[in-house]
Design a protein around this ligand. Structure first.
Ligand code: GLC
Length: 517
């Protein structure tokens, strides 16, 4: 969908995140794969998405489900082959769907040949300098070099046989690269070119706010949240300038979207200056409570920040790292109504929207039994972790594996009882289903939003409601607990996330679009 034919495709796109292990399993081994995605592309095209982002499918020991890459230029046999990726790209392009792949530049897998070479070398050898190796502190260097914690729990350092320590901000199986070493930057430029040459339309950059760590590795102080010394360092922006130039050498408005968890909308916007990344995920909405005031602040702060750098916004409610939004918003019928209303509100806004697989089905977070949990953070902290938003998609049927794969083969994470009503098959035939709502929403967005300005006005509205006007589109969301009168400006109803407004009032937990006469 293009507001202006000169706008690049990604500027207003709806991009659907495929978590490859859990989307569709073509061969019945219980793990989703590339062919499974290709087979289901018509479903995504029919849903009305402009692009898919596919999470890592590269060779990997799967310590962090693919975010631990052992070879950046190949496909793990678990997921298929390079030929399968080529087929996915060409089928997607036939259907006018763009494909974004994940790139993981902050760390490699411990199985990556560079890390194996580093382990085999002695302290001080230049091959160790591609990672962050240091001597320990305390007697005999038995204490880690500093106090940095791993995101997955415990210290961010592990000790190797010769007594040195290496940095891993995530799992010990994910050693952090040393971006001060020129080999690292050259290698990733070459990896990006490899995939661009194969025809990918863009990249999602994992931990884009990581990469550079201050060379003296200063301790983290207790009060630090972000930016702690390991995140959001100024040098990282040079990397994105280099990648910007690389992307520009290709046709078709190739792009990159950064996963940068930063402290403020302003620091997020630094990643999308005109010569850096095209987009960065805007996590503010995903972090906000169900509240009209909170949503209003997110909209205003985001648009102000992206305006400072002349970039466009993105809107995100869900991904494979966070509790599903229907659950965050209270679960059950209320949580689902709110999730639909939040999606409708987001989609009225200028910029691009990201959907996470299963969002269109209204899936809730699953309580994965302890013995089935797989998230590396569960093993390091004993906290539940992210498995509950990664349970495979239910496609059809009334019992597990709900058409996720052929036959009865059980999926890598157990699927709950009672998902029969939530399958794509069951929801497709029901005009009141969440899937039908999302289809209608994406279709309406394509029809109504091209030509609308990027400027958004916050209208006067009743308490607990937020009313936004963008050109002749008005969107109102009621986050309160009783019906609220619509603002005078609201025109004819276009689409509602729930009950249609009656007597000039909008029901609680509902959003609606209106068009000015
Ligand atoms: C990102 C990914 C997450 C992964 C981590 C380490 O935050 O989204 O799933 O565990 O990076 O690569």
């Amino acid at each position: 969908m293009h507001i202006d034919s000169r706008d690049p495709w990604w500027r207003h796109a709806v991009c659907y995140q495929v978590y490859v292990r859990s989307f569709a399993d073509s061969d019945g081994d219980g793990v989703g794969d590339i062919r499974g995605i290709t087979q289901r592309l018509p479903y995504l095209a029919d849903l009305g998405v402009d692009a898919v982002w596919v999470t890592p499918f590269y060779p990997s020991p799967q310590r962090d489900h693919g975010y631990d890459v052992a070879d950046y230029r190949d496909v793990d046999p678990l997921f298929g082959t390079l030929a399968d990726v080529d087929a996915l790209l060409s089928r997607a392009h036939e259907l006018d769907v763009r494909v974004i792949v994940d790139v993981v530049p902050n760390h490699t897998s411990a199985d990556h040949p560079w890390f194996q070479e580093a382990l085999a070398a002695t302290p001080g050898d230049p091959v160790r300098d591609r990672y962050v190796f240091r001597d320990g502190t305390g007697p005999d260097g038995q204490e880690p070099p500093n106090n940095w914690p791993s995101i997955f729990g415990g210290p961010a350092w592990s000790r190797v046989a010769d007594g040195q320590w290496y940095l891993h901000l995530f799992d010990p199986g994910q050693p952090d690269l040393n971006w001060w070493n020129a080999d690292v930057g050259d290698e990733f430029a070459s990896v990006l070119a490899f995939w661009l040459d194969r025809g990918v339309d863009g990249f999602r950059i994992d931990v884009a706010h990581g990469l550079f760590k201050p060379a003296d590795l200063p301790p983290r102080e207790a009060h630090h949240r972000l930016p702690a010394p390991m995140w959001d360092q100024p040098e990282v922006h040079e990397v994105y300038r280099r990648w910007h130039k690389l992307l520009e050498q290709y046709d078709g408005d190739r792009m990159a979207v950064g996963e940068a968890w930063t402290a403020s909308a302003e620091s997020m916007a630094r990643y999308i200056r005109p010569d850096e990344l095209q987009q960065t995920f805007n996590f503010a909405w995903l972090e906000a409570d169900w509240s009209a005031d909170a949503f209003r602040a997110v909209v205003e702060d985001t648009l102000a920040a992206v305006g400072l750098v002349g970039a466009s916004a993105t809107w995100v409610l869900a991904n494979h790292d966070v509790v599903r939004e229907a659950t965050r918003y209270g679960g059950g019928a209320t949580g689902l109504a709110r999730a639909r209303a939040a999606a409708l509100t987001m989609m009225a806004l200028p910029g691009s929207a990201y959907l996470y697989q299963g969002q269109e089905l209204g899936l809730e977070q699953v309580e994965v039994p302890a013995e089935a949990r797989q998230d590396p953070s569960w093993f390091r902290t004993g906290e539940v972790g992210r498995d509950g938003c990664r349970v495979p998609l239910p496609w059809s049927g009334t019992s597990t594996p709900y058409g996720f794969g052929p036959g009865e083969g059980q999926p890598w994470l157990p699927m709950p009882e009672g998902w029969g009503d939530l399958t794509v098959e069951a929801q497709s035939g029901d005009p009141a289903s969440t899937l039908s709502f999302f289809r209608e929403l994406l279709r309406t967005r394509r029809e109504v939003t091209p030509g609308l300005p990027d400027a958004v006005e916050v209208l006067d509205a009743e308490p607990d409601t937020l009313a936004l006007r963008r050109g002749d589109l008005v969107c109102v969301v009621n986050c309160g607990s009783r019906p609220r009168r619509l603002p005078a400006e609201a025109g004819a109803i276009v689409l509602s996330s729930g009950a249609a407004p009656t007597h000039g009032e909008l029901a609680p937990d509902t959003a609606a679009w209106f068009r000015l006469a």
